[in-house]
Write a protein that binds this ligand. Sequence first.
Ligand code: IVH
Length: 695
Amino acid sequence: MLTQDLFATPPDAAARVAELRQTLHEHAHRYYVLDEPSLPDAEYDRLFQELQALETRHPELITPDSPTQRVGGKALDQFAAVRHAVPMLSIRTETDTQASGAENFDARIRRELELTEGDAPVTYVAEPKFDGLAMNLRYEQGVLVQAATRGDGETGEDVTQNIRTIGQIPLRLPPDVPAVLEVRGEVYMRRDDFEALNERQRQKIAAGAKGEKTFVNPRNAAAGAVRQLDPAIAAQRPLSFFAYGLGEITPVPDGGPEFATHYELLQTLKHWGFPVSAHVKRACGAIELVAYYETIGQQRDGLGFDIDGVVYKVDSLALQRRLGFVTREPRWAVAHKFPAQEMLTTVLAIDVQVGRTGKLTPVAKLAPVFVGGVTVTNATLHNEDEARRKDVRLGDTVVVRRAGDVIPEVVSVLPDKRQPGTEPFTMPHTCPVCGSAAIREEGEADYRCTGGLFCSAQRKQAILHFAQRRAVEVEGLGDKLVDQLVDGGIIHTLPDLYRLGLTALANLDRMADKSAQNLLDALQKSKQTTLPRFLFGLGIRHVGEATAKALARHFGQLDAIMAATEEQLLEVADIGPIVAQSLRTFFDQPHNREVVEQLRACGVTWEEGPPLERAPTPLSGKTFVLTGTLPTLEREQAKALIEAAGGKVAGSVSKKTSFVVAGAEAGSKLAKALELGVAVLDEAGLHAMLQGVDE
Ligand code: IVH
């Protein structure tokens, strides 16, 4: 279709509308469900606008399954109640987070099916337990007519307008579907969508918008979006969907797909255009259920969406029917929970910790709570702004989150549980350890103690950093020992480590002669190191392991690094102005140079190498004179290119001139070049030289 016929008669318009909808439906499925876009966005938009235009001119052609109808409804006063044709059940939950959670379920199923040890294992389908909201999608003649929440299982709420805005949910199904089909699944919000939404919310709040808030977690954000009365607002909340079951269904027409198992049912739903999680697996017997539980548990943090466990379902629909229900729960399914990643606890104190670079971090001391598989007693509040934003106070009841290996954090406060008379947290303006001024520089999020190595907290951290495995590695030098050494005034600076004697060490608490000797041996061993480890160990701000390696490779020798100007440092691959400046600042401090010298004097050593051969720039050492009009380059452009390649540009021709670059209507400079025997290039010749090609 190249042109748009403005005077199309309704039959033509109807045909075109149908054609456009078909294309847009197919594309939406590819884009939202399969994640394989087949049309450029601009083309999709063009077709969409064409459809909108046709529907505006022929409103009688608008149907609820048109892609234009995803957003467009009016704001509601309240949601209508929907009585579910088939009740929406819940699942029995197994909170035992050991393998036994799966084994007990399998044992129960086998008992109820009267299977004995000799019988074959039962086949199950194992699925993630998505952390969102259950939804019933009703299709009549293949068209989405209603979406309803679970509610109390008997009666839910009609949230069709909001659910239509979810791109992953098909508005129309292929022709072979049953006349009445209810698909059930979970509406949820992906973590990246959640982060982006909260970022937008924060910007709105910062811009002074009233009534806006950020969301605590993806589940709450999804629930808020689904229960949003204004579909235009719901449309801005990016939701997703996974199908996992059926509600009411009329018999599948002759020749249509049939299914004897839950797994086949899910494949059919996928075929009809519904998103089905790729993590759904068939599992044979208890052993495979346990394996699934463990695998998904490990993958949990990388899934892109929150889950709170897995669900096991008996695969055979015939067996499901035999097993039946107890009260509101099917006997054939169970939810096996993972350890919760968020828990409630109370704040016992708010401490301020001092890091290696002097950074002050507010930390909430918590009543011990089991979360994410470990007992947590501390949670970071990150910095002043975060602590203020969350407004965490002494005695507050807070949500603590620990996901994967991430440091536990306070997510939010339960304001209703706050004790009266509490004060907001304020960051101290002096270092809680050494009393030096703590300063927050403009544009920085953190307060820093200005005490440097005068501050014992920074000294301890600096020593631990230097001694860690990734730096020079002093085996056995842990934080307890460093506390004793620094607090006891035994060591003040890094080099003091190498001046420790057996007597001083053996006099420490809980230090036997043997362990003292082991530590001395470890210190001795650490003296033979490598340049990257040593550099990293110095704890220069912004100099991590990768940067230390790049510096060592580039310069070869420590003295060269210490002497390098910011410009020279910037020549190192991956080093930018912040790191270059930080290196310069560090080595400009006499006491830092002194530490390096003393460490060397104590015998810390490494192999130095030659500096990296730097590729000579193609035009270095060459002088150019430009004359006449070049075919494509302006004078200034040519000059910039030459200089960037290491060459110089002069104004007049002399014997020192390496090349004259001549264009049209070149005059006396060209004559002079010919007279002096200076080589003459045209623009093409210059380009060839810039690329390092010999002319
Ligand atoms: S099946 C009869 N499968 O868990 C079984 N539910 O109490 C009906 N859920 O609110 C549910 N992931 O929203 C099923 N893969 C999954 C699920 C799942 C999450 C939720 C569902 C319901 C609750 C069950």
